[in-house]
Design a protein around this ligand. Structure first.
Ligand SMILES: [Zn+2]
Length: 143
């Protein structure tokens, strides 16, 4: 597997842990968007695209956040045995939409993304720089 393109959208004045959004192209054929670059003491860390898990209210079937104590639509008290847990027994609030299946693949993604993230920081210091992140799918129109 080869990462043939990486596009970075830096978060302006990132003070939170979220430093940037990013997309990757795999083998020139398959694009995955909404990866996140997260700041950590060990350096930037790439998080896979994920969605927030929800659970349906037993009374009205409204989809509530897993952390909600009461239904946001009908106010019913939500039962507390809804949280699926990860291998360490911590409740899972998010589920990955796309993710690598082994450490080697994760390293390939992490290395390409962090390399491009650092390059994008340098490019962003040039006046008039625009992120390519939003241009995906527009290739035909730009040539
Ligand atoms: Zn409800």
């Amino acid at each position: 597997m080869e990462i043939t393109d990486v596009r970075i959208k830096l978060i302006e004045g990132a003070s939170e842990r979220l430093l940037a959004f990013c997309s990757i192209t795999i083998d020139g054929l398959f694009v995955v968007r909404d990866l996140k670059i997260i700041g950590s003491p060990k350096g930037p860390f790439v998080a896979m695209p994920s969605r927030k898990l929800t659970s349906n209210c037993h009374a009205c079937q409204f989809k509530n956040s897993l952390r909600a104590g009461y239904c946001n639509q009908c106010g019913a008290k939500l039962v507390d045995n809804r949280l699926p847990c990860d291998a360490e027994g911590r409740p899972r609030i998010y589920a990955d939409i796309a993710h690598p299946l082994n450490a080697n693949c994760r390293d390939i993604i992490q290395t390409s993304v962090v390399h491009e993230y650092n390059a994008e920081i340098l490019r962003s210091q040039v006046p008039g720089h625009e992120s390519r992140y939003e241009c995906i799918g527009d290739e035909e129109h730009r040539h």
